[in-house]
Design a protein around this ligand. Sequence first.
Ligand code: HEC
Length: 293
Amino acid sequence: MRFFTRFAPGFAGFITLVYAAALPAAEGAAPAKADPARGRQVASTVCVACHGADGNSTIPTNPILAGQVADYIANQLAAFKSGARPSPIMKGMASPLSPEDMHNLGAWFAAYPDDDLDAALDVLTGAPTYPSDRDRFVSVAGTVRERWPAGADSLGVPTWVYADEPTSAFSTHVAKYFTNSIREDGLLALARAGVVYAAGGAGTAQEIFTDAAQNTNTLYEVRSPMVFFERAFYEEAEPELVAAVRRQAAAFGWAELVTVVDDASDVLAFLGAHDPDGRGSTVARGRRRPDGR
Ligand code: HEC
């Protein structure tokens, strides 16, 4: 199981947004070894018209695929095929593709083999926390950038209130500064597959309540799991945050999407079991309408 996570910049960066795209495709596990040559063949006959044979699209409406993470491409193709990510154009393109083809195409467009992602994550695992050693926190990220310079484009969306913190070292583009409430509403809307909350301050509390409101009102088509990471914080230091979310969730029928865990593998297991785009999900519903239906 592989997750692709992005750390939002700023103090609120201590939450990890897990995008739907990140989750393993419903189509099943990746084949043992993807074949980029086969991917190239399909790309040069089918995808070339819009994305370019090597993925360097020059037309703004067709995303650039060159340099993307291989699993991201494969998972998006599976999501287009299943309809989890709606796109009339791409549904037509992805429908004939087998899961093997999706992984082959991912391998062809990707800048690096998947093993490199694991290696990069290993380097980042050795980073200290930001408050304990600011310089090294930043320099570890720099090491990853130097070793793998051809990453995909990504957007950092900083807030103006945390003046002493660096924007994510992995952002190739930085958006205008927003107030935290506006920024979080957008990021949380994107995080279909769930949000993991580490211990945090005022910004994190704000995110928790914004996320709870999005879930209760099903504002963005699905209800997403909320995982509170670290019992010492969420059950002992500040238990009222989770208690308020649980009351809200119980009243509106999404209690099973809230959990408090202490172990990273429990985070992954919970998100995998409650993926709103996965098969058998019971809590993905249409948006609530004013008449209550
Ligand atoms: C007729 C034009 C067209 C063709 C042909 C086409 N695509 Fe696309 N593709 C698009 C458009 C437009 C989008 C943006 C869809 C959206 O986000 O709603 C897209 C999006 C994607 C994405 C998501 C990228 C992202 O950043 O999330 C992937 C992956 C993708 N296409 C892969 C392929 C592959 C692989 C092929 C060939 C099998 C292909 N496409 C063929 C037009 C096309």
